[in-house]
Design a protein around this ligand. Structure first.
Ligand code: CLF
Ligand code: SF4
Length: 300
């Protein structure tokens, strides 16, 4: 059967076998995260780099790092044992695009081996404008971008600094560059038919009042879905003493924002080396020395 090009596939077709993009799919299909991306190019105040990227993961876990060749080996092993594997995702443990050579090589190796599996990336979005075309060329049909705010003044309280074009920027200046690139990147991807999911970490007293504006903006840019996640304060991060966002507040915000854009309600805040179905992680079967399950209770 001829494989459809990205533009030829309908939104429904792209989402229906992706466990994060379709609620129904999360009962049927598995995803494999390959932890090939250790570096990050920004510094979020809720992050401690001892752990996986909090933008797509629960805090408090550290994933081992795989080189692309080892990632391919893991893919083959998991695919052979999980017949319902539909998605390969790169979600850190740093930023997928800040480690572009490794991310790209991993996707290329897997595509040589398997023409059907769906690719997914998670990023803070800083490098999206320059990499969007390559992402599309590599047949990545799903990209998650974490957008916590669209005003640099709010961003200055969330991001300590960003590294961009060989320079370090902090405060409003850094936040302005990051937000500009996120906006440009989401628009570019959406125009090319990529399904963009926007994650937003809800931080009480910092960006909570502003989240509906974020959701309206990303909807306008063409985002497919929004995933509002609770802040879970991480020891050693700037926000370690902030209160965790309650499940009640998350539910209220999802309801409010659901008026503007469809909301993901079943995120498990997985780790960067998660394997299996969202609610039934089985990475301990595949990763030696793994003791704990990768999934937490449903966030929110
Ligand atoms: Fe992984 Fe993320 Fe792709 Fe899913 S997870 S890179 S979009 S394949 Fe899914 Fe896990 Fe929530 Fe992410 S449940 S943390 S939303
Ligand atoms: Fe940490 Fe933010 Fe980088 Fe993720 S994007 S690794 S949360 S600094």
């Amino acid at each position: 059967m001829k494989r459809l090009l990205l533009e030829e596939k309908s939104v429904e077709e792209k989402a229906k076998k992706h466990p994060c993009y379709s609620y129904d799919a999360h009962h049927k299909y598995a995803r494999l995260h390959l932890p090939v991306a250790p570096q990050c190019n920004i510094s979020c105040n809720y992050c401690s780099r001892k752990f996986d990227c909090v933008n797509e993961s629960r805090p408090g876990v550290t994933s081992e790092i795989l080189m692309p060749g080892k990632a391919l080996d893991r893919f083959k092993m998991v695919r052979d044992q999980l017949p319902n594997l539909s998605v390969v995702g790169i979600a850190g443990p740093g930023d997928a695009l800040a480690n572009w050579d490794k991310t790209k090589r991993t996707l290329e190796l897997i595509r040589e081996e398997d023409k059907e599996v769906t690719f997914c990336l998670s990023t803070n979005g800083l490098l999206l404008p320059e990499l969007a075309e390559e992402i599309v060329r590599l047949e990545v049909h799903h990209v998650t971008v974490t957008v916590n705010c669209i005003h640099p003044a709010i961003g200055a309280s969330i991001y300590k600094s960003i590294h961009y074009g060989g320079q370090l920027y902090s405060g409003i200046e850094g936040a302005r560059i990051l937000i500009r690139n996120q906006i440009e990147g989401i628009k570019k991807l959406a125009e090319k038919g990529v399904l963009v999911k926007v994650n937003t970490v809800m931080i009480q007293g910092v960006n909570d009042h502003h989240i509906p504006d974020v959701v309206k903006k990303v909807k306008e840019l063409g985002a497919f879905t929004s995933n509002i996640m609770p802040l879970i304060p991480v020891q050693g991060s700037v926000f370690e003493d902030l209160p965790p966002t309650s499940a009640k507040r998350i539910a209220e915000m999802r309801k409010e924002c659901g008026e503007h854009l469809q909301q993901m309600m079943h995120c498990k805040q997985c780790r960067a080396d998660a394997i299996g179905m969202l609610g039934n992680d089985c990475s301990d079967q595949f990763i030696k020395g793994r003791k704990k399950c990768s999934c937490r209770q449903e966030a929110g």
